[in-house]
Design a protein around this ligand. Sequence first.
Ligand code: ADP
Ligand code: ASP
Ligand code: MG
Length: 436
Amino acid sequence: MKIMKFGGTSVGCAARMKSVADLVLDGQVNLVVLSAMSGTTNSLVEISNYLYKKNNDGANEVVNQLEVKYTKDVNELYSTDEYKAKGLALIREHFNYIKSFTNSIFTVFEEKVILSQGELISTGMFNLYLQERGIKSCLLPALDYMRIDKNNEPDTAYIRENLTALLEKNPDQEIYITQGYICRNAFGEVDNLQRGGSDYTASLIGAALLADEIQIWTDIDGMHNNDPRFVEGTKPVDELSFDEAAELAYFGAKILHPTCVLPAKINNIPVRLLNTMDPKAKGTLISSHQCENRIAAIAAKDSITAIKIKSGRMLLAYGFLRKVFEIFESYKTPIDMISTSEVGLSVTIDSTRHLDDIVDDLKKYGTVEVDTDQVIICIAGDFRSSNIGYASKVVEALNTIPIRMISYGGSSHNISILIDAADKIKALRLLSDKLF
Ligand code: ADP
Ligand code: ASP
Ligand code: MG
């Protein structure tokens, strides 16, 4: 079985949904994961923000705008009166439900329920559309099998067992459809896999079912060799290893959710990034194969804070690093980059929630300096030490930019460089010019 995930823009209007139907109907039994139609989750966030502030009028205004948009989509999607009526009934049910939250207390639980409506609507509409076309399709409700545990990690055994059972209960279908992003948590409440998490849904399903392939269909022809939002003339990369892809996704290549690579890698399931707008384009194949002797791609991760700890005493004495890392651990704050010297240690974090407490605690061990507004530039490729000259090409390309930290050798497939946010776009462009 193939898992085919379509993001928000790929199902963003009636015409796009129709093209998705053409793509998934390839004669095989595929499992289709859909995001909410583009812009919907943002609108649901906006509605929730109004409801938190008890501004019912503000919330209703956004709901009404959404309802107008969806009514138009429904009228364009279906050709028969029967299915138009079914589609309108479907969206009305969801919008009435969303409106009902104006009458209740509003907490994070209600917010999660509201955020789940986008994927429930898009999959419901798509399922009806396939049925109107005479296809045997069925919905697999994500809330019946997708679950995270107390640490917000996927409960893989539960997912496999319940998804398999659902498939067995619904045999002989041509297409299975499920919601990306949404799940239940350890307490059975409606929850989600974080923004952009539909990619994660697809790879968790792929892993649970040991699928032949996980396809992530989006609005661009694969992983480009640099961020197309900031650099002109970027090109798709034909092939990436799981490690390279994970690195790029984690360090800002928005096309792929950072968590989505691991389940595929563990189960060695190829992931293909494909373009809904240009289905014939080759896209990017992510697999265990590592291409040699090339720099693959560049990405940038924003909003990084660098912390430097300096001490006159033997900073790197036995046990020192453990003490420092324990401070970050106690505040559940992951570290992205590390760079050490005999008298100083620099680390970067991307969550500043506990920054003040962390800095306070670190002061036990030396003087502490904090730099905000930093960016990590990640260059992924074959950076084995035997590839002489590859690292220097990167540093050379950036010879007009102040570099705050460099991390090389942590793995053989990436270099990370920390610079000021103000230099990000210039750095990305210089790297593209000099490396590709
Ligand atoms: P979807 O809604 O389908 O999940 P996303 O918006 O999450 O789509 O991801 C696709 C977008 O990622 C592209 O439109 C592109 O602007 C952005 N992007 C950022 N970096 C890259 C990259 N290296 N290669 C391709 N796309 C990238
Ligand atoms: N709809 C969700 C979001 O906008 C999940 C996704 O699209 O992957 O974040
Ligand atoms: Mg996405």
